[in-house]
Write a protein that binds this ligand. Sequence first.
Ligand code: FRU
Length: 322
Amino acid sequence: MKRRDLFRLAALSAVLVSGTMLAGSGDAFAQDKKWKVGFSQATTIEPWRAQFNKDIIAEAAKHPDVELIITDGEDKTEKQVADVENLIRQEVDALLVSPKESAGLTGVVQQAIDAKIPVFVLDRNVETDQYTQFVGGDNVLIGKAAGEYAVELLGGPGKAQGTVVEIWGGMGTQPAHDRHNGFHEFTDKEPGIKYLLDKQSGDWKQDQAYNLMANALKNNEKIDLVYGHNDPMAYGAYLAAKDVGREKEIKFIGIDALPGEGVTWVKNGELTATFLYATPGAEGLRQAIKHLNGEKVEKTIVLPTEKVTAENAEAVLKEKGL
Ligand code: FRU
């Protein structure tokens, strides 16, 4: 058995023992595969991650010469580090990684770079810029758009009044900090805006945001606006307010705009707005293949965003065929 076949066998056992997934068009083990691409995903328990995996698998299906190996970090840094080590051992031709957190993944990403594997960092960054490319949304820009809209909802520039609950994503991730900073570039100019929570993180999760909001509601008679760093957390806050009959007095803003989640919640009048945060699954894989085929790739690819409110939610859903 050739060395490469041995790795394939190892990959097959990985499918059986740890939920590693192989994707591609036709037989993943066919000899016509030219490139072995590894993708280390942070977790699959969040809906946006599930969509991300669907997008990359759909893109892989268009490239018969690519064998795609996807691992699931199960929302644990140690597991994701082990996944990347495993992909390095399998001698992947390119590594795509969407880190659970920046600091914890930096060492192993550096190991891949040192092993001369081209690395494509997707969505959340690492603390080195020696990778081949970063693909993701501009979270400062998205935060700014959310902040500008929050000011408008609270009365407009120079006149905005109200109390704001901000629910942070994971503290160890750049998107959470960027979404915070962008938002505050607008809201901090408004002396009439008061903030109720100090750096409280819901770790991107709906249930944790529900609990934070349930407490905030107990402690504060008036809450005017919730800014969740993603839609599941904005929606968790909405549900907490609904459970005590206060959801109508509050505006809820989130980020992600998945059709079946954020956009639908906006259409139903549950969230006031969400901002598109496209998954880098398809583009990330396309870029990696481009690089493997010897073409030049940019250092950074920024994916566009879009504001979704009651005005365009239906049109956005129709565009997606829903
Ligand atoms: C999923 C997620 C998204 C969010 C992104 C930020 O894990 O929390 O909801 O937009 O990660 O990195």
